[in-house]
Design a protein around this ligand. Structure first.
Ligand code: PLP
Length: 220
């Protein structure tokens, strides 16, 4: 099936309040253009190097999201154009984003990535670690990052109940942080959860952003 048909199919299952990030990692510019030409403008990549090499070859009105593990030394390359960094998993990386945001005279939107899966391989903060960041004076002084919500990845399993519980856990984390740190902050509103195999479960649990690759492009 063509990618534009897959795109329409996915879109038809999404409530209008949920944003679709089309995950284009490993796919060439030509294939991305098929989705672009079908009218979609929001794309996500998980490797800085790959994003940096594709971005100049693609139209300027694409909204780029960074969704993968980010190394400190790559931050400076993506900050000038990135729309949302989903994967802030340490204070160190948030500080670097703030520093580069300052140099570029822009405020960079970020999500705090949480570890919600039962797999050792998934990155992310614990609630305690996130609170340590949010309570710190260093964080309070940051003027070039804006924390807009949370992100997480569920365990890779067929057990729908487990996946659902993990997404629910992320929603509870969001609620806690919202109440305690962002109550009057309208920007803190995003819950990025859900991929090709579990985005419908994620939406049931309150996802506001889903990140879908395989269901649009086919398997990588
Ligand atoms: C690859 C990736 C996705 C998309 O996964 P699919 O199963 O291909 O939809 C979503 N989020 C992150 C962080 C990814 O690395």
């Amino acid at each position: 099936m063509s990618v534009s048909i897959n795109l329409k199919k996915i879109q038809s299952t999404l409530p209008s309040s949920v944003k679709l990030v089309v995950v284009s990692k490993t796919h060439p510019v030509d294939t991305i253009m098929e989705v672009y030409n079908a009218g979609h403008r929001v794309f996500g990549e998980n490797k800085a190097q790959e994003l940096i090499s594709k971005q100049p070859l693609l139209p300027n009105d694409i909204e780029w999201h960074f969704i993968g593990h980010l190394q400190t030394n790559k931050v400076k390359y993506i900050v000038p154009f990135i729309n949302l960094i989903h994967s802030v998993e340490s204070f160190k990386i948030l500080k670097e984003i703030n520093k580069e945001g300052c140099k570029n005279n822009r405020i960079v939107d970020c999500l705090l990535q949480f570890y919600i899966a039962s797999e050792e391989t998934k990155y992310g903060l614990s609630l305690e670690e996130a609170e340590e960041i949010l309570n710190s004076d260093d964080y309070k002084k940051m003027s070039n990052v804006r924390v807009c919500g949370v992100m997480g990845m569920a365990t890779f399993t067929d057990n729908k109940q487990q996946v659902s519980n993990e997404f629910n856990n992320l929603k509870q984390i969001f609620n806690k942080l919202k109440t305690k740190y962002f109550n009057s902050n309208k920007a803190f509103k995003e819950i990025s959860m859900g991929m090709s195999d579990d985005y419908l479960v994620a939406i049931e649990q309150g996802s506001t952003i889903v990140r879908v690759g395989t269901a649009i492009f086919g398997s990588r």
